[in-house]
Ligand binder design. Structure first.
Ligand SMILES: [Zn+2]
Length: 405
């Protein structure tokens, strides 16, 4: 990591200042829309009581929903931004660095870069090849973060602002003061929806009052003009953000994916153990080979498998997508539910984290879509991997079961 550059310093200041601006804008809107326009102008002066009450109710309903989503988003970005844990080695160096005087830290910064850990027992590697599928490099190893010194889970991206890899990273948002990622994207989307509705109420109230004032040839009310201009401007911005968020949700993409729109993905897909490479795909067997010159998992050449090796020898075919193909696209409805949840309360209220934050599935870190079956067909992989695997596993288990005869 390096010292923060000017752009990073600017981002940090923006992240601190903008929430204060938002609080001030809400305070002014409450005074101008509720106290001045709804209560004084519509209710007391013009006796449009039903309309005034309806606007006040709508204002507070959308305000409270937007506030709840905003607080939840800010809280989540600060407390649980979806960071990928550092490797133990990287954490140790970080702790040692923190204990040093400030000047000496810079020398250690230059040592903060690391090439992929080629050890077959590399920490964290097992969490990939115990899944059925994962995003990999062309050689079948998972992607490596040279700054975090760890393997990058699917869909994670290194944030230079945070100095860490972030799962399903979207963007560093100055409006919520932190990194929007898989843990907060649903709350962020709800915030953009509710704040759009809230600003629409502000625009409608100010627009209606301005219309009445023009008809009555009243002098121009500066508060109406300010509310109309601010709500209109931020309303358009918020509506644009809500449309963008909706698109990302239903297409199952992030801001990072948009920047890498034409990227290809290499995917390791589990195949029966020992499946050889073919002209259309390479295979890789985990645990990876030991020291150079030894063939993997062969006692004949002196390689002694560890107990972990004996328990989990798995072969994967490495297949490549075409540019722009999204292997995580589950279809609009399932994409939506993977981020927004499974019922209407989760869709509307900032209650639960997205279902896609759960990475416990033995299949993959994130659910893969129908492209996998297409890729298997395209590359001539065995079809129906789940059933085949269970049979293959049975065979493997029988092979490994110690004989007591
Ligand atoms: Zn990283």
């Amino acid at each position: 990591m390096t010292q923060p550059g000017p752009s990073r310093v600017a981002t940090r200041w923006a992240v601190r200042i903008i929430p204060c601006f938002i609080v001030a804008a809400f305070a002014f809107a409450k005074y101008a829309v509720i106290a001045h326009l709804c209560v004084d102008y519509l209710y007391r002066q013009h006796h449009e009581r039903g309309l005034a009450v309806a606007l006040i109710v709508l204002y507070f309903v959308f305000f409270l929903l937007a506030l709840a989503a905003y607080v939840r988003t800010v809280y989540t970005t600060q407390t649980n931004p979806g960071l990928v844990p550092w490797s133990e080695r990287r954490q140790r160096v970080h702790n040692e660095r923190k204990a040093l005087p400030h000047k000496e830290r810079e020398d250690l910064e230059s040592q903060s870069w690391s090439t992929p850990d080629l050890s077959p027992d590399s920490p964290g590697l097992e969490s990939f090849y115990t899944k059925t599928m994962f995003i990999c490099e062309p050689d079948g190893r998972p992607r490596w973060c040279s700054l975090c010194w760890s393997w990058k889970p699917d869909r994670s991206h290194h944030s230079s602002e945070l100095g860490r890899c972030v799962r399903k990273m979207d963007h560093l948002c100055p409006w919520v003061g932190g990194m929007v990622s898989e843990t907060s994207f649903n709350f962020f989307a709800q915030f953009t929806y509710w704040v759009s509705m809230y600003l629409a109420v502000c625009v409608a109230t100010a627009g209606y009052c301005l219309h009445k004032q023009i008809q009555a040839s009243d002098p121009l009310d500066w508060r109406v003009v300010v509310i109309l201009a601010l709500s209109g401007l931020f309303g358009l911005f918020a509506f644009g953000m809500s449309m963008t968020s909706t698109r990302y949700i239903v297409e199952n993409i992030t801001n990072i994916d948009v920047f890498k729109r034409r990227a290809v993905h290499y995917i390791a897909i589990r195949v029966p153990r020992g499946t050889p490479s073919t002209a259309s795909y390479q295979t890789v067997t985990f645990p990876l080979p030991g020291p150079p010159g030894t063939e993997p998992h062969s006692p004949a050449n002196g390689f002694t498998p560890s107990s972990r090796d004996r328990q989990a020898v798995r072969t994967f075919a490495i297949v490549k997508t075409e540019p722009g193909e999204n292997p995580f696209d589950l279809g609009y409805w399932r994409n939506f539910k993977a981020v927004m949840g499974n019922n209407i309360f989760e869709w509307l209220l900032p209650i639960e984290h997205s279902p896609c934050c759960n990475h416990d599935s033995p299949e993959s870190f994130y659910e893969f879509g129908s492209l996998i079956e297409e890729l298997k067909e395209r590359h001539g992989l065995p079809q129906g991997h789940r059933r085949r695997h269970s049979r293959a596993d049975e065979v493997e288990m029988v092979e490994r079961r110690p004989s007591r005869d």
